[in-house]
Design a protein around this ligand. Structure first.
Ligand code: AMP
Length: 282
Protein backbone atom coordinates (compact mmCIF):
# COMPACT_ATOMS: atom_id res chain seq x y z
CA UNK A 1 0.00 0.00 0.00
CA UNK A 2 1.36 3.36 -1.03
CA UNK A 3 0.94 6.04 1.68
CA UNK A 4 0.70 9.53 0.23
CA UNK A 5 0.60 12.68 2.38
CA UNK A 6 0.81 15.44 -0.20
CA UNK A 7 -2.32 16.38 -2.17
CA UNK A 8 -0.38 17.16 -5.34
CA UNK A 9 1.38 13.79 -5.25
CA UNK A 10 -1.95 12.03 -4.66
CA UNK A 11 -3.45 13.91 -7.60
CA UNK A 12 -0.59 12.97 -9.95
CA UNK A 13 -0.65 9.33 -8.84
CA UNK A 14 -4.40 8.99 -9.39
CA UNK A 15 -4.26 10.78 -12.75
CA UNK A 16 -1.57 8.34 -13.92
CA UNK A 17 -3.82 5.37 -13.11
CA UNK A 18 -6.76 6.99 -14.91
CA UNK A 19 -4.61 7.68 -17.97
CA UNK A 20 -3.78 3.97 -18.07
CA UNK A 21 -7.51 3.27 -18.16
CA UNK A 22 -7.76 2.02 -14.57
CA UNK A 23 -10.86 2.76 -12.51
CA UNK A 24 -10.39 4.17 -9.01
CA UNK A 25 -12.69 3.40 -6.05
CA UNK A 26 -12.28 5.95 -3.26
CA UNK A 27 -13.40 5.84 0.39
CA UNK A 28 -13.05 9.07 2.40
CA UNK A 29 -12.91 8.50 6.18
CA UNK A 30 -11.85 10.15 9.43
CA UNK A 31 -10.07 6.98 10.61
CA UNK A 32 -10.48 4.85 13.77
CA UNK A 33 -11.60 2.31 11.20
CA UNK A 34 -14.24 -0.29 12.06
CA UNK A 35 -16.21 -2.89 10.10
CA UNK A 36 -18.54 -0.18 8.76
CA UNK A 37 -15.62 1.61 7.08
CA UNK A 38 -14.14 -1.70 5.96
CA UNK A 39 -17.36 -2.70 4.19
CA UNK A 40 -16.95 0.41 2.01
CA UNK A 41 -13.29 -0.44 1.42
CA UNK A 42 -14.12 -4.00 0.37
CA UNK A 43 -16.75 -2.78 -2.04
CA UNK A 44 -14.38 -0.18 -3.52
CA UNK A 45 -11.78 -2.90 -4.05
CA UNK A 46 -14.26 -5.27 -5.60
CA UNK A 47 -15.72 -2.78 -8.08
CA UNK A 48 -12.55 -0.97 -9.22
CA UNK A 49 -9.03 -1.64 -10.48
CA UNK A 50 -7.45 0.63 -7.86
CA UNK A 51 -8.70 1.22 -4.31
CA UNK A 52 -7.87 4.41 -2.43
CA UNK A 53 -8.81 5.41 1.13
CA UNK A 54 -8.29 8.76 2.82
CA UNK A 55 -7.97 9.35 6.55
CA UNK A 56 -8.37 12.98 7.51
CA UNK A 57 -10.09 14.33 10.62
CA UNK A 58 -11.59 17.37 8.94
CA UNK A 59 -11.61 20.37 11.30
CA UNK A 60 -14.03 22.27 9.04
CA UNK A 61 -16.91 19.94 9.91
CA UNK A 62 -16.57 20.22 13.70
CA UNK A 63 -18.33 23.00 15.58
CA UNK A 64 -16.43 25.03 18.22
CA UNK A 65 -17.90 22.98 21.09
CA UNK A 66 -17.54 19.62 19.36
CA UNK A 67 -15.07 16.73 19.77
CA UNK A 68 -12.33 17.60 17.21
CA UNK A 69 -9.48 17.39 19.75
CA UNK A 70 -10.59 14.14 21.31
CA UNK A 71 -11.93 12.49 18.15
CA UNK A 72 -10.54 8.90 18.23
CA UNK A 73 -7.30 8.46 16.28
CA UNK A 74 -5.62 5.08 15.76
CA UNK A 75 -3.47 5.41 12.68
CA UNK A 76 -1.20 2.38 13.24
CA UNK A 77 -4.16 0.03 13.52
CA UNK A 78 -5.90 1.71 10.61
CA UNK A 79 -2.85 1.12 8.40
CA UNK A 80 -2.78 -2.56 9.43
CA UNK A 81 -6.46 -2.98 8.60
CA UNK A 82 -6.06 -1.34 5.20
CA UNK A 83 -2.97 -3.40 4.36
CA UNK A 84 -4.98 -6.48 5.37
CA UNK A 85 -7.51 -5.60 2.67
CA UNK A 86 -4.74 -4.94 0.13
CA UNK A 87 -5.77 -1.34 -0.40
CA UNK A 88 -3.58 0.29 -3.06
CA UNK A 89 -3.36 3.88 -1.82
CA UNK A 90 -3.81 5.54 1.57
CA UNK A 91 -4.09 9.32 1.40
CA UNK A 92 -3.11 10.85 4.71
CA UNK A 93 -2.95 14.62 4.37
CA UNK A 94 -2.51 17.09 7.21
CA UNK A 95 -4.42 20.27 8.02
CA UNK A 96 -1.73 22.60 6.75
CA UNK A 97 -1.85 21.05 3.27
CA UNK A 98 -5.63 20.72 3.11
CA UNK A 99 -6.36 24.20 4.49
CA UNK A 100 -3.25 26.29 3.79
CA UNK A 101 -3.01 29.87 5.01
CA UNK A 102 -5.48 32.04 3.12
CA UNK A 103 -7.91 29.20 2.41
CA UNK A 104 -11.30 30.82 1.84
CA UNK A 105 -13.48 28.73 -0.47
CA UNK A 106 -16.36 26.74 1.02
CA UNK A 107 -19.22 24.79 -0.51
CA UNK A 108 -22.69 25.36 0.80
CA UNK A 109 -25.39 22.94 -0.34
CA UNK A 110 -28.55 24.92 0.16
CA UNK A 111 -31.63 23.75 2.09
CA UNK A 112 -30.87 20.05 2.73
CA UNK A 113 -27.78 21.08 4.73
CA UNK A 114 -29.94 22.96 7.21
CA UNK A 115 -32.30 20.12 8.09
CA UNK A 116 -31.95 17.24 10.61
CA UNK A 117 -28.30 17.12 11.79
CA UNK A 118 -27.65 20.44 10.05
CA UNK A 119 -29.99 22.32 12.38
CA UNK A 120 -28.12 21.00 15.44
CA UNK A 121 -24.62 21.26 13.93
CA UNK A 122 -24.51 24.60 12.09
CA UNK A 123 -21.76 24.62 9.46
CA UNK A 124 -21.23 20.86 9.67
CA UNK A 125 -22.33 20.05 6.12
CA UNK A 126 -20.49 23.07 4.75
CA UNK A 127 -17.34 21.48 6.17
CA UNK A 128 -18.29 18.05 4.83
CA UNK A 129 -19.16 19.29 1.33
CA UNK A 130 -15.96 21.35 1.16
CA UNK A 131 -13.63 18.54 2.19
CA UNK A 132 -15.39 15.94 0.04
CA UNK A 133 -15.18 18.25 -2.99
CA UNK A 134 -11.46 18.73 -2.34
CA UNK A 135 -10.86 15.01 -1.85
CA UNK A 136 -12.78 14.15 -5.03
CA UNK A 137 -10.73 16.71 -6.96
CA UNK A 138 -7.53 15.28 -5.53
CA UNK A 139 -8.32 11.58 -6.06
CA UNK A 140 -10.50 11.96 -9.20
CA UNK A 141 -12.15 8.62 -8.44
CA UNK A 142 -14.40 6.73 -10.82
CA UNK A 143 -16.59 5.84 -7.84
CA UNK A 144 -16.71 7.20 -4.29
CA UNK A 145 -18.22 5.18 -1.44
CA UNK A 146 -20.28 6.48 1.49
CA UNK A 147 -22.31 4.81 4.25
CA UNK A 148 -26.07 5.03 4.66
CA UNK A 149 -25.33 5.44 8.38
CA UNK A 150 -24.82 9.14 7.57
CA UNK A 151 -27.83 9.36 5.30
CA UNK A 152 -28.09 13.15 5.19
CA UNK A 153 -24.41 13.31 4.24
CA UNK A 154 -25.10 11.08 1.23
CA UNK A 155 -27.97 13.34 0.15
CA UNK A 156 -25.78 16.45 0.48
CA UNK A 157 -22.91 14.84 -1.44
CA UNK A 158 -25.11 13.50 -4.24
CA UNK A 159 -26.65 16.96 -4.58
CA UNK A 160 -23.24 18.64 -4.70
CA UNK A 161 -21.89 16.12 -7.24
CA UNK A 162 -24.90 16.69 -9.48
CA UNK A 163 -24.96 20.48 -9.14
CA UNK A 164 -21.21 20.85 -9.73
CA UNK A 165 -21.10 18.29 -12.59
CA UNK A 166 -18.54 16.20 -10.72
CA UNK A 167 -17.50 13.24 -12.83
CA UNK A 168 -17.89 10.56 -10.17
CA UNK A 169 -20.40 7.88 -9.29
CA UNK A 170 -21.56 8.21 -5.68
CA UNK A 171 -22.19 4.75 -4.19
CA UNK A 172 -24.13 4.43 -0.92
CA UNK A 173 -23.51 1.26 1.12
CA UNK A 174 -25.69 -0.30 3.85
CA UNK A 175 -25.14 0.43 7.54
CA UNK A 176 -23.04 -2.20 9.30
CA UNK A 177 -24.23 -2.99 12.82
CA UNK A 178 -22.96 -4.68 15.96
CA UNK A 179 -24.67 -7.98 16.81
CA UNK A 180 -27.13 -6.18 19.07
CA UNK A 181 -28.10 -3.77 16.28
CA UNK A 182 -26.09 -0.67 17.29
CA UNK A 183 -24.78 1.02 14.13
CA UNK A 184 -20.98 0.91 14.15
CA UNK A 185 -19.42 4.32 14.67
CA UNK A 186 -16.04 5.64 15.76
CA UNK A 187 -17.94 7.64 18.38
CA UNK A 188 -19.26 4.46 20.06
CA UNK A 189 -15.82 4.36 21.72
CA UNK A 190 -16.95 7.28 23.90
CA UNK A 191 -19.80 5.28 25.47
CA UNK A 192 -19.33 3.82 28.94
CA UNK A 193 -20.68 0.30 29.49
CA UNK A 194 -24.09 1.45 30.74
CA UNK A 195 -24.51 3.85 27.85
CA UNK A 196 -23.32 1.21 25.40
CA UNK A 197 -26.11 -1.14 26.56
CA UNK A 198 -28.70 1.63 26.47
CA UNK A 199 -27.60 2.69 22.96
CA UNK A 200 -29.31 -0.38 21.47
CA UNK A 201 -32.58 1.55 21.93
CA UNK A 202 -31.88 3.46 18.68
CA UNK A 203 -32.08 0.44 16.42
CA UNK A 204 -34.84 -1.18 18.47
CA UNK A 205 -36.83 2.02 18.07
CA UNK A 206 -36.17 2.19 14.31
CA UNK A 207 -37.05 -1.49 13.80
CA UNK A 208 -40.25 -1.24 15.80
CA UNK A 209 -41.25 1.99 14.09
CA UNK A 210 -40.53 0.71 10.58
CA UNK A 211 -42.72 -2.35 11.24
CA UNK A 212 -45.50 -0.11 12.54
CA UNK A 213 -45.41 2.18 9.53
CA UNK A 214 -44.92 -0.62 6.97
CA UNK A 215 -47.83 -2.68 8.31
CA UNK A 216 -50.05 0.36 8.11
CA UNK A 217 -50.73 0.13 11.86
CA UNK A 218 -49.47 3.72 12.23
CA UNK A 219 -49.38 6.75 9.98
CA UNK A 220 -45.90 8.29 9.46
CA UNK A 221 -46.78 11.15 11.84
CA UNK A 222 -48.03 8.77 14.52
CA UNK A 223 -44.90 6.65 14.00
CA UNK A 224 -42.76 9.71 14.73
CA UNK A 225 -44.61 10.17 18.02
CA UNK A 226 -44.08 6.50 18.85
CA UNK A 227 -40.34 6.86 18.18
CA UNK A 228 -40.01 9.87 20.45
CA UNK A 229 -41.98 8.08 23.16
CA UNK A 230 -39.75 5.01 22.98
CA UNK A 231 -36.54 7.06 23.10
CA UNK A 232 -37.98 9.24 25.87
CA UNK A 233 -38.36 6.09 27.99
CA UNK A 234 -34.59 5.52 28.10
CA UNK A 235 -33.21 7.43 31.11
CA UNK A 236 -29.64 7.58 29.75
CA UNK A 237 -30.82 9.58 26.73
CA UNK A 238 -30.34 13.17 27.84
CA UNK A 239 -31.74 14.80 24.70
CA UNK A 240 -33.71 13.73 21.65
CA UNK A 241 -32.49 16.03 18.86
CA UNK A 242 -34.85 14.56 16.29
CA UNK A 243 -36.77 11.35 15.72
CA UNK A 244 -39.36 11.11 13.00
CA UNK A 245 -40.34 9.97 9.54
CA UNK A 246 -39.01 12.01 6.62
CA UNK A 247 -39.32 12.17 2.86
CA UNK A 248 -36.05 10.49 1.79
CA UNK A 249 -35.50 12.97 -1.06
CA UNK A 250 -36.27 16.31 0.61
CA UNK A 251 -35.62 15.32 4.26
CA UNK A 252 -38.82 17.10 5.25
CA UNK A 253 -41.05 15.47 7.82
CA UNK A 254 -43.77 13.60 6.02
CA UNK A 255 -47.17 12.10 6.72
CA UNK A 256 -47.50 10.82 3.17
CA UNK A 257 -47.93 7.09 2.59
CA UNK A 258 -46.13 6.04 -0.58
CA UNK A 259 -42.58 6.10 -1.87
CA UNK A 260 -39.31 5.97 0.01
CA UNK A 261 -39.31 7.33 3.55
CA UNK A 262 -36.51 7.75 6.03
CA UNK A 263 -36.89 6.93 9.71
CA UNK A 264 -34.09 8.82 11.41
CA UNK A 265 -33.01 9.59 14.96
CA UNK A 266 -30.34 11.69 16.65
CA UNK A 267 -29.94 11.65 20.42
CA UNK A 268 -27.46 12.65 23.06
CA UNK A 269 -26.27 10.45 25.88
CA UNK A 270 -24.43 12.98 27.96
CA UNK A 271 -21.73 14.32 25.69
CA UNK A 272 -22.05 11.55 23.12
CA UNK A 273 -24.15 12.18 20.06
CA UNK A 274 -25.62 9.12 18.32
CA UNK A 275 -27.47 8.94 14.99
CA UNK A 276 -29.10 6.12 13.09
CA UNK A 277 -31.68 5.61 10.35
CA UNK A 278 -33.51 3.08 8.22
CA UNK A 279 -35.14 3.50 4.82
CA UNK A 280 -38.51 1.93 4.04
CA UNK A 281 -40.68 1.86 0.96
CA UNK A 282 -44.32 2.58 1.76
P1 AMP B 1 -16.34 8.67 9.14
O1 AMP B 1 -14.97 8.12 9.35
O2 AMP B 1 -17.22 8.56 10.35
O3 AMP B 1 -16.35 10.03 8.50
O4 AMP B 1 -17.03 7.69 8.09
C1 AMP B 1 -16.46 7.46 6.83
C2 AMP B 1 -17.47 6.75 5.95
O5 AMP B 1 -17.83 5.51 6.54
C3 AMP B 1 -18.77 7.55 5.79
O6 AMP B 1 -19.23 7.45 4.45
C4 AMP B 1 -19.69 6.87 6.75
O7 AMP B 1 -21.07 6.98 6.40
C5 AMP B 1 -19.23 5.43 6.62
N1 AMP B 1 -19.65 4.65 7.80
C6 AMP B 1 -19.47 4.98 9.11
N2 AMP B 1 -20.04 4.07 9.91
C7 AMP B 1 -20.62 3.14 9.09
C8 AMP B 1 -21.37 1.95 9.30
N3 AMP B 1 -21.65 1.52 10.53
N4 AMP B 1 -21.78 1.25 8.23
C9 AMP B 1 -21.50 1.68 6.98
N5 AMP B 1 -20.79 2.78 6.69
C10 AMP B 1 -20.36 3.51 7.74
Amino acid sequence: MEIIRIPRVMQDTCKRYLLKGRSIGFVPTMGALHEGHMSLVKRARMENDISAVSIFVNPAQFGPSEDLEKYPRDIDNDIKKLRGQEVDILFLPDNALMYPKGFSTYIHVDRISEKLCGSFRPGHFRGVATVVAKLLNIASPTRAYFGQKDFQQTVVIRRMAKDLDLDVEIVVCPTIREQDGLAMSSRNLYLDSEQRKAATILYRCLSHASEAVLSGANSPAKTGELMREMLGGEPLITKIEYASVYDAATLDETDRVGGEVLLAVAVRMGNVRLIDNVLVNL
